[in-house]
Design a binder for this molecule. Structure first.
Ligand code: ATP
Length: 240
C-alpha cells in the first residue's frame, strides 16, 4: 500500500484530559478507511488534528510524505485534505452554487473558473438541479450532499467524512454510501467516522478503533469488528 496519510504517535490533551494518546495509523491512496469507537473516543478530535483545527500535543501527521501538523487549516486544505462537519452549516443567504463556489475559490481565483468548477462538482454529485436554490431551504440529505460538494470543490486527495449518514433515511443512506464508494474512482481517499457497523463493514476494507483516546486495535474491518475488546468497548465496559 502506498501511504497517502501517516499519523504517527499523535497525542492531544485538553488540560489533564488526554483526548488522543499515541495514535498511529496509515491510509493508502484511494482507500476508504474507517475511524470508529464509542462516544468520546476522540474521533472528532482526531479529525480536528488532521485538518489543522487543533494543534497536536505531540506526534506528527504527513500527507503525501510532507508534514502537515502545525500548518493552518487553509494550507492543509490546499495540500489536498478536506473535511465535512457533523453539523452542516451552509453560508446563509447564498444559493447552493454560491456555497460551492466559495470552496472552489480556494483553487480558482477567477470568478469564471470558480463558477465552472462549482457547477462541475454539482453535476458530478447530482445536485445541478438545486444550484440556484437558497441553501437554507435544503433538507438534511441535501445539506449533507452540499457539504460533500463544498469539500470536493477544494479538489482533495483525502476527504474526511464525519458522520455523513446521521439523520438520513435508509434510502438516503444507501444513496450516500454509493456516492462515497465512487470517490476513490476519482482518485480521492476517504476517512469516515461512522457509528453504523454495517455501513463501515460495507464501505471500508480497513479500520482503526479508538477507545478513550487510544488505539484499541486496527486492521481489516471484519477482524476489527469481531475483536471481543471492540465489542466490549461498544457495550461501554472497556477499561483504558
Ligand atoms: N475543546 C475541547 N476541550 C476540552 N475537552 C474536549 C474538547 N474537545 C473534545 N474534548 C473531550 O475529548 C474527548 C474526545 O472527544 P471527541 O469529541 O473527540 O470524541 P468523539 O469520539 O468524536 O465522540 P462522539 O462520537 O460523541 O462525537 C471527550 O472526553 C471530550 O469531552
Amino acid at each position: 500500500m502506498t501511504s497517502l496519510l501517516e499519523v504517527q504517535r499523535v497525542s492531544k490533551s485538553f488540560g489533564g484530559l488526554h483526548a488522543l494518546s499515541d495514535v498511529s495509523f496509515e491510509v493508502g491512496a484511494g482507500e476508504i478507511f474507517a475511524v470508529i469507537g464509542p462516544n468520546g473516543a476522540g474521533k472528532t478530535t482526531l479529525f480536528n488534528c488532521l485538518a489543522g483545527a487543533a494543534t497536536l500535543t505531540s506526534g506528527a501527521i504527513r500527507l503525501g510524505g510532507q508534514r502537515i501538523d502545525g500548518r493552518p487549516p487553509h494550507e492543509i486544505c490546499r495540500r489536498g485534505l478536506a473535511r465535512t462537519f457533523q453539523l452542516v452549516k451552509p453560508f446563509r443567504g447564498m444559493t447552493v452554487l454560491e456555497n460551492v463556489k466559495v470552496a472552489a475559490f480556494s483553487r480558482y481565483p477567477s470568478t469564471k473558473q470558480a463558477t465552472a468548477a462549482a457547477q462541475a462538482v454539482l453535476d458530478r454529485i447530482g445536485m445541478a438541479g438545486l444550484a440556484e436554490h437558497d441553501a437554507e431551504t435544503l433538507n438534511v440529505a441535501q445539506l449533507r450532499q452540499l457539504e460533500i460538494a463544498r469539500a470536493l470543490a477544494t479538489e482533495p486527495q483525502l476527504l474526511l467524512l464525519d458522520e455523513m449518514l446521521a439523520g438520513l433515511t435508509p434510502t438516503e443512506s444507501t444513496a450516500m454510501c454509493e456516492r462515497i464508494r465512487q470517490l476513490p474512482r476519482a482518485g480521492i481517499a476517504v476517512i469516515v467516522v461512522e457509528h453504523s457497523i454495517p455501513v463501515v463493514t460495507s464501505l471500508c476494507a480497513r479500520a482503526v478503533v479508538l477507545c478513550f483516546g487510544k488505539v484499541l486495535t486496527q486492521g481489516s474491518t471484519c477482524e476489527v469488528i469481531a475483536n471481543p475488546r471492540v465489542q466490549e468497548a461498544y457495550l461501554g465496559n472497556a477499561q483504558s
